[in-house]
Ligand binder design. Structure first.
Ligand SMILES: [Zn+2]
Length: 432
């Protein structure tokens, strides 16, 4: 099933012509309305007239998440604020928010991208789709919702349901598709199996994203529920989920190339790699109005292929390898910078302590332990005082990443050994 054949199956030549036309318009727009890009282009002796086709993309300057954070949301707005109808943010913390503004057309394009992804998963207007992503600042829930409504499916906004209620509704109204993070789907699958409801469900397909999930986990979910699963990619910086998705052939995720021009750079360099080679994924938002981005360095490790897929789509596909080139960590779908975690711990100043966050997976779900290392004099803290520290640490972590950690006390030497002297965060998850 292909939602927009005219766009998803156009010849590569036609697609490149379209991308070129859109890039020319985009560069003119950002040059005249975003001082940040104008200054950057002027510094490199570039004028909008130098960009005439998609091949000229490599002449343009890069953008990083640090650029967005340091300059603030208004610096990157390419339209008057009156045209912004929504803001999204990639994080729930203060001080280092990464905020992007969306116009009405940006929201419409987002819905179009998600609609294409839903069709890739073989779901359509006759389906009933449960959305179990968060509907807030996080760019999962609302995008999934609008995309599912756009194709005419019946949407069940289940983000705040308990797992038990979600399963009950799934059974009662014959839900056929679900969109959520893969770790949550695994959790749902286990809960369904526990109550022996698998045979009573009509669920056929799941579209999971905002986390990297190993093939083993995908197979496990598919076997447990007897369904197909599809991987969807997105970034909050582009208004979220739907930038790319995998079709029934599962040979990489099709990029919505009429909206996003993809490049892959050799790690820690500005050199483009050949198709099939691994590197850092970079996207240019060809049609975004609110916060358009030139050559945004995603930090995601991926390889790109432009060979035609068996499904008939001609769009390039990305193979994601998990992990980041920059200092971002994704926990249960929420991106957070290591620096943010470190400043969060620095902000807990009631007790002089060394902190270590350990991230690992249990039954497919991301788990967080926080080790609190007290110095010798404080090892004698009263149980009551330890409880107070526990509450402070739990609240700080929950506020930043939305996950309740296990807080454990240890001596500082043990923590230093576990951290191997490198950082306050040890990520023990493996992706492949
Ligand atoms: Zn395909």
């Amino acid at each position: 099933m292909i939602w927009n054949e005219a766009r998803e199956c156009m010849s590569r030549d036609e697609l490149m012509t379209l991308q070129g036309e859109r890039l020319v318009q985009l560069v003119k727009k950002v040059y005249h309305s975003v001082a940040y890009y104008r200054k950057k282009m002027q510094k490199e002796g570039l004028e909008p007239g130098d960009i005439r086709r998609i091949e000229d993309l490599s002449k343009l300057p890069f953008t990083t998440s640090e650029d967005l954070i340091q300059n603030g949301p208004f610096e990157f707005l390419a339209v008057p604020q009156s045209e912004i109808i929504r803001y999204h943010s990639s994080n729930a913390t203060t001080g280092t928010e990464l905020i992007i503004g969306c116009t009405r057309d940006d929201i419409e394009i987002w819905a179009e991208c998600v609609a294409r992804c839903i069709y890739m998963a073989g779901l359509g207007r006759n389906d009933t789709i449960q959305i179990a992503h968060n509907y807030g600042l996080f760019t999962g829930g609302l995008g999934a919702h609008y995309g599912a409504e756009k194709i005419g499916a019946a949407v069940v906004p289940s983000s705040t349901c308990s797992t038990d209620r979600l399963i009950k509704i799934m059974k009662e109204i014959h839900v056929t598709g679900i969109m959520c993070t893969p770790s949550y789907l695994l959790h749902i699958a286990k809960a369904i199996r526990n109550v022996r409801e698998v045979g009573n469900l009509k669920l056929r397909a799941a579209i999971c994203g905002m986390e990297i999930w190993p093939e083993k986990m995908r197979k496990e979910i598919e076997e447990m529920l007897g369904i197909r699963t599809h991987d969807v990619y997105g970034l909050s910086e582009f208004a979220g989920l739907g930038v790319a998705c995998d079709c029934e052939y599962h040979k990489g995720l099709h990029v919505q190339e009429d909206f996003f021009a993809a490049e892959v750079l050799r790690k820690n360099s500005n050199i483009l790699v050949k198709d099939g080679e691994k590197g850092e994924l970079v996207f240019t938002t060809l049609q975004r109005e609110g916060t358009p981005l030139l050559r945004y360095r995603t930090g995601d490790i991926a390889a790109l292929t432009r060979e035609q897929c068996g499904c008939g789509r001609t769009t390039a596909r990305i193979d994601l390898f998990g992990g980041k080139t920059n200092d971002t960590i994704v926990i249960r779908g929420v991106s957070v910078f290591r620096l943010q975690l470190e400043s969060m711990f620095a902000g807990i100043n009631d007790v002089h302590a060394r902190y270590l966050m350990r991230i690992y997976r249990t039954a497919g779900l991301d788990m967080v332990d926080v080790m609190v290392g007290l110095d010798e004099t404080q090892e004698l803290l009263l149980a009551q005082e330890k409880d107070f520290v526990k509450i402070k640490v739990t609240a700080a972590v929950r506020n930043l990443i939305g996950v309740t950690p296990n807080v454990l006390f240890a001596n500082t030497e043990e923590i230093a050994r576990m951290a191997r002297g490198v950082s306050t965060v040890v990520d023990e998850r493996s992706y492949r």
